[in-house]
Design a protein around this ligand. Sequence first.
Ligand SMILES: Nc1ncnc2c1ncn2[C@@H]1O[C@H](COP(=O)(O)OP(=O)(O)OP(=O)(O)O)[C@@H](O)[C@H]1O
Ligand SMILES: [Mg+2]
Length: 244
Amino acid sequence: MEECIRFEGVCKSYGKHTVLQDFNLTVYSGEFLTMIGRSGCGKTTALRLINGLLTPDAGRVLVDGKDVAQTDLIELRRGIGYAIQSVGLFPHMTVEKNIIYVPSLSGKQSRETRAKRVSELLETVGLNPSLADRYPNELSGGQQQRVGIARALAANPRILLMDEPFGAVDEITRRSLQKEILRLQRDLGITVVFVTHDIKEALHLGSRVLVMEAGRISQLGTPEQIKTAPADAFVRELIFGQEE
Ligand SMILES: Nc1ncnc2c1ncn2[C@@H]1O[C@H](COP(=O)(O)OP(=O)(O)OP(=O)(O)O)[C@@H](O)[C@H]1O
Ligand SMILES: [Mg+2]
């Protein structure tokens, strides 16, 4: 399998607080990797190292074999969709403007082409296209989150980083979004790194699941491997201890 993202001996600290210590991970092209672990274990930090929002203190992060630290970040991010944990919509822009904000959509296309694309994207994430003219504060939390996902998809990225993207939506919407994201990932062959706190979601979506504990990897394996052979007490607790 072709390699898409690689962490090589990555260390990352904030001041004296070390989050990642000699972190090594390879993500393959077209794979759906889910990441799960306790709050503060370093999941968001890992994602932000992939699109260059953070720089490693030591080690390297490679995307398509190229060191992120040596790459033109605007070019890099054009190919990487990022749906962030806190949604992060621009409050002074309408839904439409928020979605077409991504670099590759602005500029050349006509107003109509862009509006059509925005409608398609809104439908993809289960929103009514009539919401395009609203401002984020006129939407529910779950609707805002779905606009954030539409925006992450807008540039037809080859890599999609998703940080707890379905946290603010109800169970039924969540299931339809899960289906949609799996379909998109399979149809388009994109590589997805998806952070969640929900072990069921991690096992359902992931072709591989990464369980993190305090900045290191507890286990990395297929859902089957994680379920049938949990590597340590932490993974066992995730699988057996937190069933609702
Ligand atoms: N900018 C920052 N400055 C200082 N400390 C930070 C900063 N960002 C994150 N941290 C700390 O680094 C650790 C890892 O943070 P990170 O956001 O990667 O965790 P996470 O696994 O995504 O957690 P959560 O599940 O709560 O989102 C936490 O202890 C956090 O408080
Ligand atoms: Mg986080």
